[in-house]
Every structure is written in C-alpha cells, then in structure tokens.
Design a protein around this ligand. Structure first.
Ligand code: SF4
Length: 299
C-alpha cells in the first residue's frame, strides 16, 4: 500500500471501530454490569439491569446505538515518534469521525460555540478533541476513543483546593459532586478523579482515568486505597442503576495524579455512565491492529 492507501485504510478501520463500539460495550463494562446485577435485590434495580442487558442485545441484533446519545468523540492517543502515519493522525481521526457519522450512524452532537449551529458532521472547531501522549523511540500507536455523552459529561467539576484541605478535601469534593449530580449521569457510574496543581491538569487526568480498564488500580498505594474508600463511600449513597436506588452506585473509581504545587490541590471529577462507550485499539508500524477493549470484535 502507498501512503494514501494506508491513510485511507486506517481511517476506515477507525470509522468501523467507532461504529462498532457505539453498539457493543467494552468487555470489562459488560462483565461489571453482570456482576452488579447479581448484587441487587430489589425488583426495580434488577429490572433496570435486565432492561440494560436487553437493550444491549437489541442494539447488536438490530445494528442500533447502545444509547441514542452517541456523544462527542474524543481521542486519547499514545503515539510513538516513529509511528509511520504520525503526521497524518489528526486528519485520520477527524475523517474517521466524519465517516462514522454517516455510516454508524452517529447523532449530530457538534454545535459551534458562539455561532450556535450544529455542524451536522460531529466535527467542528477543535472537535474531535485529541489528547496526545508522545512515546519516544516507539513505532506504535495505542488509542482510546470515547463517546462523551451529554448526561455523563454534565457532572464534570474541577476546582483548586487550599493545601490545608488535604486529601479529605479531595474526598469531600468528589462526594459533593456525586450526591448533587451523580444520579443525572445514568448510574452505575465510572468515576474519574484527577489530582494535580490546577483545574486543567486535574481535569485531563480525571478524563484519562475513565480510559483505564475496570479492575486496574492507581500504582501508588495511597491513591489505590483512596480509590477503594471512595468506591465504598459512593456506593453507600445507594444510587443504584439509573439513580433509582440500589446496593451499588459505581462500576469503579479511578484516580490519576500528578505532582502538585505545594500551595494548591487541583481536583477534578469526570463521570462515565453505564453505557460507557470506550474503545481501545493498538496499531503496529505495519498498521496491523489489535482491538484491546472488545476481544470478540470483528470490523
Ligand atoms: S448518560 Fe450515558 S446512558 Fe445516559 S443518556 Fe447519556 S450517554 Fe446515554
């Protein structure tokens, strides 16, 4: 394949993958929902989980989106400096969204700010967003693609705490967000928490935390302990599926952190909903790919 064909082939692969994971949830999310269903004892909670499973079954069978809100598409790319198509990736990502919008199809979710019109294409000024991590001396690409729905994006909050607020202040902040806005985001939730210096450094980490597979833990023991404690605390609110009460509120709590200024604690929260449409795909230098998040996917 020449370069033009390679670009086209990768664009098509990503477009098909976006269409696929808009209909089929990642393996870890499906497994967790089944686990949580077994814990719920009230008829209402059990019924809601069963309806979610029926929804998933029909989405696959009828080739329909898992949720009507197919979100704004966001890319989180870890790209090697020697990946052969590194110069073309922004265009490849953008064109894959354009293509998926027509062929998946995806709901039109891109409104130009200030001019206030829907582009009808799911792309616009600085959209889709791309978060880049450059990997030196690598010739590979590993990318998470996420459908940021409106309901699960709305609880997002960030602020900078006084240092004296300590990690208790971080926990208070997260729990305030969960008790105020958690039910709006179609629980059970995946809660991403970023801890850093400022609002923007904490915010991007809180979103990256949502890309981590369920069952993963922060490598810092104290942060991992906080993940477990926050899980228990948010579960104790008893949001249940769709916020209509139940034994559990969350699929998990993930914390990502960075060293901070001594005078500040930046903290941010992002939430993912039960229909957490996140796809992880890895490309080698010859552009062969592995779909990591959905083991049975065939594009
Ligand atoms: S929060 Fe998630 S499941 Fe609920 S409407 Fe939004 S995208 Fe759909």
């Amino acid at each position: 394949m020449d370069k033009t064909q390679q670009v086209q082939s990768m664009t098509e692969t990503l477009s098909k993958f976006i269409a696929y994971f808009g209909k089929v949830l990642p393996d870890d999310i499906r497994q967790k929902l089944e686990e949580l269903r077994k814990i719920e004892t009230t008829p209402m909670a059990a019924l809601i989980y069963d309806t979610m499973f029926k929804n998933q079954e029909l989405a696959a069978k009828l080739n329909r989106p898992s949720c009507q809100d197919t979100g704004v598409i966001q890319f989180f790319a870890r790209v090697g400096t020697r990946f052969p198509l590194i110069d073309d990736l922004s265009e490849i990502f953008r064109n894959s969204v354009l293509d998926a919008t027509k062929h998946a199809p995806l709901r039109h979710n891109s409104v130009e700010t200030f001019d206030e019109y829907n582009t009808g294409l799911n792309v616009g000024y600085r959209t889709p967003s791309i978060d880049w991590e450059i990997v030196p001396k690598s010739d590979k690409l590993d990318v998470d693609i996420y459908m940021a729905g409106g309901g699960c994006t709305l609880p997002g909050r960030a602020m900078v705490l006084m240092p004296g607020a300590g990690y208790e202040g971080v926990a208070d902040f997260v729990l305030d967000v969960m008790t105020s806005y958690g039910p709006n985001a179609c629980p059970p939730l995946l809660v991403g928490v970023g801890v850093a210096t400022s609002v923007e450094t904490a915010a991007i980490l809180s979103k990256r935390a949502l890309m981590r597979p369920l069952g993963s833990h922060n490598p810092n023991e104290k942060a991992a302990l906080m993940e477990r404690e926050l899980t228990k605390a948010i579960d104790a609110i008893g949001l249940g599926p769709q916020g209509l009460k139940g034994e559990r509120s969350v699929m998990g709590v993930h914390i990502e952190n960075a060293a901070r200024h001594p005078s500040t604690i930046g903290v941010a929260v992002n939430t993912g909903c039960w229909s957490h449409r996140r796809g992880n795909i890895a490309f080698g230098p010859d552009l062969t790919y592995t779909i990591v998040s959905h083991k049975e996917a065939v594009l």
